[in-house]
Design a protein around this ligand. Structure first.
Ligand SMILES: [Zn+2]
Length: 433
């Protein structure tokens, strides 16, 4: 599995990190024309390149904090170089640019092994604290833009999850303080949500740093790699010319129906929402998620049956989305949008798609599924860990409490029809159980 090889290569590098030749925060890519399209997009924003340089430079502060904390450890000196490498995901301006390049290359290789027919692409950083990513077509290729804020936010979610393995492996009634005490886990996530909502730089003091070693660090690195790759793969999923169908088939995509929302800015949001727009954008997001999971299961990203770290990493972006969605629902009057499907659905489906053994996955996608085994998944398996991570997110990202507050206030005028159906279904199922 190359994923682990990539990490080991990062722990024991063959040579020094390549020099970017004064290129600063701009990734080098194999496609000159797409790189120009990316630079043009940056130029369209006043001060875009400077803002990007500043955002990327802030990563150096994170790396400095990691090195400062390492220096306090008796073994710190031994580890310091391995935490300065790109796949340590421990800050560093040059590293964050390199991470995106490494992850893009791995996603491209895995994507080429799916029947999705994904166009050539480049992936660049975008200077924005909002945890989001997007993409646009440039000629016959695609430019994927990943906000610097998203990478910083994912780092905090994943490092907190990696520090909480002992909590994560139990269920709430058995929760005891893990490697990180429960209060710290909850505090780290609350701080993250608050900073995201206030659009503050996540790297600002006090910088949240966790130093792990051994298995916990391998888990963290692998989950980070998986989180970045899931984001890139999801964006590419939007441009896939084929998508998964039933019984392991792949169908031609329907670009006329799956399209971006015609209305995208909050101030354009009108009631009632255009129904075709709502169904089309939600459909497009669901297909992009499904394609992303297919990419995750092909080498080098993964074998057919991913490990818990890969599954939890892939779920991390949707965990963050769910946390932010319910915080907004509970504590603001804002419309919650309709371009993205109900967040827990995406979180749960990603866990289900990646957490199941290949045979179960084929069954999920069969046009006539056989009855699913009612036994809970065996302890420590990817399916079990995916489920427990979801439970952990409900508590640590305040999803459960904010959902309760939000539903009490009523969300009728602030959500899409599809989200209202999902909420109703969830509530109905909750009453049944
Ligand atoms: Zn999307």
């Amino acid at each position: 599995m190359l994923t682990f090889d990539l990490i080991r290569a990062s722990v024991h590098p063959d040579g020094p990190i390549e020099d970017h030749g004064g290129d600063g925060p701009i990734p080098r890519t194999g496609y000159g024309d797409l790189r120009v399209a990316y630079l043009d997009a940056l130029d369209l924003v006043e001060g875009g390149v400077d803002a990007l340089a500043a955002d990327v430079a802030a990563e150096d502060a994170v790396q400095a904090a990691v090195q400062r904390d390492l220096a306090l450890d008796p073994n710190g000196e031994r580890w310091s170089s391995s935490f300065a490498e790109p796949l340590a995901f421990a800050g560093g301006a040059r590293q964050v640019v390199r991470q995106l390049e490494i992850c893009s290359a791995a996603v491209a290789e895995s994507a080429a092994r799916t029947p999705a027919d994904i166009p050539r692409f480049v992936c660049g950083l975008w200077p924005d604290p909002v945890p989001a990513a997007r993409s646009f077509a440039a000629g016959d290729g695609v430019v994927v833009l990943v906000n610097t804020g998203l990478l910083a936010a994912l780092r905090i979610v994943v490092q907190t999850a990696a520090s909480s393995i002992r909590t994560l492996t139990g269920l709430p009634d058995r929760w005891v303080d893990g490697d990180l005490p429960l209060g710290y886990q909850y505090g780290a996530m609350s701080d993250l949500l608050e900073r995201c909502r206030e659009r503050r730089d996540l790297r600002a003091e006090p910088i949240q740093v966790s130093i792990h070693t051994g298995r916990a660090d391998l888990f963290r690195r692998h989950a980070m790699l998986s989180a970045y790759c899931q984001v890139i793969a999801h964006e590419l999923g939007h441009w896939a010319r084929r998508r998964p169908g039933p019984d392991d088939t792949w169908l031609d995509d329907n670009p006329a129906f799956q399209r971006a929302a015609r209305v995208t800015r909050a101030d354009q949001w009108a009631a009632p929402i255009d129904e075709v727009d709502e169904v089309a954008t939600s459909n497009s997001e669901n297909h992009a998620d499904a394609v992303a999971c297919e990419i995750q299961t092909r080498p080098p990203l993964g074998p057919g049956y991913p490990s818990p770290s890969q599954v939890i990493g892939a779920m991390a972006p949707w965990a963050l989305h769910s946390g932010l969605w319910w915080a907004e629902a509970a504590h603001t009057e804002d419309h919650l949008g309709w371009t993205h499907p109900y967040p827990e659905l995406r979180l749960g489906l990603t866990g289900l798609r990646l957490g199941q053994p290949a045979s179960e996955l084929a069954n999920l996608r069969a046009s006539r599924p056989r009855p699913v085994a009612s036994d809970p998944p065996a302890r420590g398996t990817p399916a079990d860990m995916a489920m427990k991570f979801q439970v952990w997110c409900e508590a640590m990202l305040d999803i459960a409490r904010n959902r309760e507050i939000a539903l009490e206030r009523g969300l009728e005028h602030r959500t899409s029809t599809l989200d209202r159906f999902a909420i109703e279904l969830r509530r109905g199922l909750g009453e049944l159980s």
